[in-house]
Design a protein around this ligand. Structure first.
Ligand code: CTP
Ligand code: MG
Length: 231
């Protein structure tokens, strides 16, 4: 299967509270977005990796990306929301692929085996994503956020991760519908669900593939690479 990878990396990292762009922060001596992007390049079907970067830091992202010395990697300006950044990367991507894989720059511990299982999950459906079973019981609260409406069935709830793989023609259709409706979602396969464009398979996610959101997540990431390198 020929696929293009879209890496939304244009967020400011508000919850992390860092002055620099979150995706440029180095983990084990390498910018977070490069660590997130590199494993995809090892797959024969990967025809390109399009990175949506904050417009103000475009040249810095490009300088980092050049270290990969791989003509399949491109940096483009992202948008004001994650969905807008994905939309711009989608626009900039080649029209010749079978599938799109969208992966957050903020998940730098992606493994080859997780990429392979998401790709495999796409074999007979419209989209596929890694999910982790929830540990906590989830309460749905009323709009005002003070009283519980009901408790959701925990055995059917999963936390969505990336990479999310979606058939190319369906993803383009879903994005143009969402643009027209001004409908936004917090992940990519939600567009396929919302417009009833086919089945979305969930494959086992991984605890190691966590998203760096808070200062605590960043400390955990730095510790992991320090342990792995034996320092
Ligand atoms: N993202 C993006 N464009 C945006 C907002 C987010 O490409 N306008 C990307 C982020 O760079 C990140 C991914 O979407 O790789 C997931 O978003 P998140 O973890 O929320 O990162 P930030 O939006 O940067 O963080 P925060 O919400 O704390 O500001
Ligand atoms: Mg965000």
């Amino acid at each position: 299967m020929i696929f293009s990878v879209l890496i939304p990396a244009a967020g400011s990292g508000e919850r992390l509270g860092s002055s620099m762009s979150k995706a440029l922060i180095e983990i084990g001596g390498e910018a977070m977005f490069l660590r997130a992007a590199k494993p995809f390049l090892r797959f024969a079907g990967c025809q390109e990796v399009v990175i949506a970067a904050p417009a103000r830091d475009l040249s810095e992202f490009e300088q980092h990306a050049q270290r990969l010395a791989d003509p399949r990697v491109r940096v483009i300006p992202g948008g004001a929301t994650r969905q807008e950044s994905v939309e711009r990367a989608l626009e900039a991507s080649s029209k010749t692929c079978d599938a799109l894989l969208v992966h957050d720059a903020a998940r730098p511990f992606i493994t080859d085996s997780l990429i392979a299982s998401v790709l495999d999950g796409l074999r007979d459906c419209s989209a596929s994503l890694p999910g982790l079973p929830l540990k906590d019981t989830i309460k749905l609260v009323e709009d005002e956020g003070e009283f519980v409406e009901h408790t959701l069935p925990r055995d059917r709830l999963y936390a969505a991760q990336t990479p999310q793989a979606i058939r190319a023609e369906l993803f383009r259709e879903a994005h143009s519908l969402a643009l027209n409706d001004r409908w936004t979602a917090t992940d990519d396969v939600a567009l396929i669900e919302h417009y009833h464009l086919g089945n979305v398979r969930i494959v086992p996610g991984s605890e190691g593939n966590f998203k760096i959101t808070t200062p605590e997540d960043l400390r955990r990431a730095q510790q992991l690479v320090a342990q792995a390198s034996g320092s």
